[in-house]
Design a protein around this ligand. Structure first.
Ligand code: GLP
Length: 233
């Protein structure tokens, strides 16, 4: 793992965007994308860069069940606002949280991932070490699935909603095995609240109890963290 410690999220965003730019210049065509506050500085840097995704494909990690692209809290809305409006892709895939048959949607999304192997995957990390919405205990061989969110994730994500009760209780997420298939992975984390998860992910045992620890087994991972997130290393 290549660990880069930066001063803050602004500096991390510049480094993150450089990694995207290098991948793009080297011909990367499929980008695995994440939501949450963490990738925002990287997306902002990309928006003001010369990168051109119009011949590329994006595949997002996850989406809340029950929210559609017009809902401001949906991940589809988030991606449109923070990246796609400024930097459109030829095709952008996000799990459909409104699909009437979730089992069918999950199988369909796995097919999309199989048809579009991810060249570069960006990840954030949850306070409990989750990646995508793969909560602690998710099997390492999981593919796309419906996830019941833990209370810790509901609490953490409730800041984006008017009430905690509005936070969806489940989501569709790429699985651990799907994430590990990416050729290159970039994980970013900023702030004190991520320090425990980062220490466990990088230096702890590889265990399903800390989903991000699986990244120790991937051959091409870069981790960008600020000093606050690095304090327990
Ligand atoms: C959510 C998302 C994850 C994200 C995590 C951390 O639960 N599903 O993809 O990495 O939260 O979010 P943030 O970056 O806002 O701290």
């Amino acid at each position: 793992m290549n660990v880069i410690v930066v001063k803050n999220a602004a500096e991390g965003g510049k480094k993150g965007a450089e990694i995207f730019m290098t991948a793009w210049q080297n011909g990367a065509k499929v980008y695995g994308l994440a939501t949450g506050s963490t990738p925002l500085t990287t997306y902002a840097e990309l928006c003001s860069s010369a990168i051109d995704f119009r011949k590329c494909t994006s595949v997002n990690l996850d989406e809340y069940v029950g929210l559609g692209p017009d809902d401001e809290q949906s991940y589809a809305y988030f991606m449109q606002k923070h990246l796609f409006n400024q930097k459109p892709f030829a095709h952008s895939y996000i799990p459909n949280g409104l699909a009437p048959d979730l089992a069918k949607e999950v199988a369909h999304y796995d097919q999309i991932i199989a048809d579009h192997p991810v060249d570069l995957q960006i990840l954030g990390i949850g306070r409990n070490g989750h990646i995508g919405f793969n909560e602690p205990g998710t099997p390492f061989d999981s593919t796309t699935h419906e996830v019941q969110l833990t209370q810790s994730t509901i609490d953490a994500n409730s800041r984006f909603f008017a009430n905690e009760a509005d936070v969806p209780r489940s989501a569709l997420s790429m699985g651990m095995a799907s994430i590990m298939q990416a050729h290159q992975i970039l994980l970013e984390a900023y702030g004190d609240a991520k320090a425990d998860a980062i220490a466990k992910a990088i230096e702890g045992p590889v265990t399903e109890d800390v989903p991000a620890s699986i990244l120790q087994r991937h051959p091409n991972v870069t981790i960008i963290i600020d000093e606050a997130a690095a304090q327990k290393l």
